[in-house]
Design a protein around this ligand. Structure first.
Ligand code: HEM
Length: 162
């Protein structure tokens, strides 16, 4: 089954019709989507700054990263729910947009980066606590990490324009 027939099948469902006809749905869902992405991006930025050794540390790195990744996962669940419902409401708009597919790949990549750094820091908290002995890749990783989430935001906004 190709993407177009999947899109048509979703568009013909009663739920898709109801979401499309409910004038309050899209603006409400997108507002929740924007609030959730703000939480996710704020946590990703704070994790990147800590990894790069920027700013004064209020708590040990492994604790700071654990707390922030939990907030990120809650935010990502809200993004997945609102994003999935918006996709059911307008499947042709999403599936027909290259920006949507690039965004989905980047989200998986962003999740892998989050899981991996949280695991690395949790396994060697002492080594990561001392910025002088942190792995040499921690700063480039921090840069790649924040760049990934910025790219996801741009892709999200470019959906519908590509
Ligand atoms: C977890 C899975 C996600 C899904 C399924 C999803 C899906 C969507 C959909 C369908 C739209 C509406 C696009 C349109 O019709 O114009 C959208 C918008 C957007 N998404 Fe996501 N999204 C997800 C996660 C994220 C994440 C992680 C971020 C950023 C951290 C993000 C940032 C955005 C932005 C900036 C917009 C444009 C909002 C607007 O202009 O109102 N999304 N997303």
């Amino acid at each position: 089954m190709d993407v177009l027939s999947v899109s048509n099948r979703i568009a013909s469902t009663q739920l898709s019709e109801q979401l499309k006809d409910a004038l309050w749905f899209t603006p409400t869902s997108q507002s929740i989507h924007i609030i959730a992405l703000s939480v996710v991006f704020a946590c990703a930025l704070l994790i990147s700054l800590r990894l790069a050794g920027v700013g004064r540390a209020a708590q040990p790195l492994h604790i700071a990263i654990r707390k922030k990744t939990r907030f990120m996962y809650v935010g990502l669940v809200a993004l997945l729910i609102t994003g999935a419902l918006q996709t059911i409401a307008e499947p042709e708009r999403q599936f027909g947009s290259p920006a949507f597919w690039i965004k989905m790949v980047l989200i998986v990549f962003g999740l892998l980066l989050t899981w991996w750094v949280e695991r690395s820091v949790r396994r060697e908290p002492q080594r990561w606590e001392d910025t002088a002995h942190r792995p040499a890749w921690s700063r480039p990783y921090a840069l790649a990490y924040v760049a990934t989430w910025i790219a996801i935001i741009f892709c999200g906004r470019f959906i519908g324009y590509t």
